[in-house]
Structures are given as structure tokens and as C-alpha cells.
Design a protein around this ligand. Sequence first.
Ligand SMILES: Cc1ncc(COP(=O)(O)O)c(C=O)c1O
Length: 385
Amino acid sequence: VNKYIYLNNAATSYPKPQSVISAVNAYLNSIPFHSQRTGFDLQQRDIINDCRTKLAKLINAENQNRIIFTSGATESLNLAIKGLSLDEGHVVTTSMEHNSVLRPLKHLEKDGYIELSIVESDEKGYVSATAIEKHFKKNTKAIVVNHCSNVTGAVLDLESISRITKKNNIIFMVDASQSMGVLDIDVQKCGIDILVFTGHKSLYGTPGIGGLYIDEDIELKPLKTGGTGIKSELLYQPKEIPLYFEAGTPNMPGIAALNAGLDFIFNTGKATIKNKKEEIITEIYSGLTSIEEVQLQSIFNSEFIPQIISFNIKGISPNEAGYILENSFGIIIRAGLHCAPLIHKNIGTFPEGSIRVSPSFFTTIEDVHSLINSVQQIRKMEVKN
Ligand SMILES: Cc1ncc(COP(=O)(O)O)c(C=O)c1O
């Protein structure tokens, strides 16, 4: 029996569906007949193809070979940001980005490869297409936006952003780390050129697996070169996609887990998962708003229920509150800047950050009641002090 209540699913999801654990187990218990991916090991190839097919279906990608496996969103973002020919052009991003977007871009800027503009979000962490468009210049080559903030849960309107990128002939890159598996994403409808995802959050996979979708019209240089299991006589990377980007032995247990995670999503239904999470978030939101000392940073209204709630308790630092929640009440949340430093300046929580609660499909109403009771008790402790 687990004595903890886990509310840190925006970092990594827990628990994983039993079918995911079984898939990893089954993979590790079977003989890897051939360590190369194009040998005789049909089972291994089937898992990779199956997983690519399901990912393409989830985001409505026309060609599943345009889905590339990586070790996670961080590698995907590095591949995409460093692999584009930006030719000292201008790139636009937002203050709601994770460091896995900000740091590669800031390094390219520092080294003189790009000019960078960062669009500030509003006080709830939202960035509109109009705010982004104001930063476009004649030499703007690409934009990188976070679909769903890992701090406030704010969700950007990809369709309206895509209209302005198409109008201005700008490459449209989206970080879907927080949204894929829960929110609808249609790369064709939203005109997305590059979509980045990670496997261990709402896709229920294991840490160390992720990927990206690259539109047919986009040219990228690979981040790494090496063995592909095909054309081994060549001393240069074979151009066949997806292998062009996938040098090295693939993370098979990770792909097997992701494959089973995707089955879980399709079998349960995306709408069912989203509705359940919204029900839980609504309960958390109403519990927290009833506590006077709680300051909430997430948008929540009749038209929008976020996946994540960020808040602070007056008079206590988020880190201290996080420590007490974990050590006195057995509730795991995340406190601090959540690897997204700039948004905190917009929402008024810099430099200490916020308390972030991120439930999953498996969170129960009882878990929520424990959280609310614990926050009430922490507040009382503070009043006494
Ligand atoms: C919005 C966002 N982008 C990127 C990442 C990086 O994902 P990973 O650590 O799996 O590479 C995360 C995960 O924390 C995230 O929340």
C-alpha cells in the first residue's frame, strides 16, 4: 500500500496503467533476437511501427514516418531548434516556455546564430496570437510556443497562432509536453511544422522516451549520427526518415511502454480522461478558493478548466509548504519555478515560484479532500506562528 498521495503528474505520471508495466515486463522477458532494428526481430519492429502509427493517429499526422523517437522533449527541442537552418534569422518564443526551449534558444542567441524575442504572457500565463504577431519582423524564421503551461496550465490557441505564422511564412514549432494525450492536437488543422512531445507524462510511458513530428516541408539536420541498422557500408548518415534522426540502439522498453500507454488512451478515450481530470481540478479549485490565505495563479472559468493548478499560501514560501505537505501529510506536489523561470515574473511569483498541483486520471476525490484539509492545516499553523 502506497502511503503517499501523488499530485505531481506534470513532472511525470504515476501510477502507470498496469498494461504499461506488463508491456515493459514482456519486452524485457523476450529474447532480443537481433540487436539491430532491421534484422529478424519482427516483434521489436512491430512495437516500433505500432507505436509510430498510434502517435500519428493521435495528432492526425498524414505520414507516420515523420514521427521521430528521442529520449524526451528536451532532446526533441534541441534537435529541432539546433537542426533548423536559421541563418542568423529572428526567432520568437514566449515567457511561458520551459528551460528546454529557453536554454537552447538563449545559447544560439549568445553564440550569434539567431536574434531572439520573448513575448511576455499575461498575469495568468496566457499568450495570444495578437501578442505574438506584434514581435514578427521581416527576418522572423520560426516561432516556438508551449501548448500548455507547466506552471499555470494556460493553453494557447494553436489555430489562431498558425494563421499568423502561415500568413508570414514562419516555421511553427509547438511544445506539447503537457498537452499530448489529454488535449486535442491536429497537426494538419493547426498547421504545425514541428510538434514536440515527451512520453512519461500524459502518455503514460517511462522516463527517457519522447519524440517529435516533423512536417514534410521542414528540413532539419540530425542532432546525432551513428548506427541505423541499414546501409552500414555508408560512412554518412543514411537520409531515410525516420532513421536519419534515430542513430543508436532504440529505447525499446520505453517504446513498448509508450505503445501500451497509447493503447490505454485510445481504449479509455481521450474525452473520458479529460473529463475525469477536469472533475478533479474543479474540486481542487473550489476547495482552494474557499481558503482565504490561498492565492491562485491559474485561469479557471466556465469556458476553461486547466490541467494544472498553481497557487501560494500567504505568509509561507512554496518550498516550505511543499516540504510540509510531503513530510507531514504524505502529499507529493512540486514547489518552486518548475523549470520555467520567466512566467513567474508575469504571474507575480518570482523568484520563489509556486505550489503546483497536477492530478492524473487516477486521482480520486478523497485525494483532493486530503490535499484541501492539509492546506487548511498548514494555514492554521501559519496563523498560530
Ligand atoms: C512544457 C515542458 N516542456 C518540456 C519538458 C521537458 O520534458 P523532458 O524532461 O521529458 O525532456 C517538460 C517537462 O518537464 C515540460 O513541462
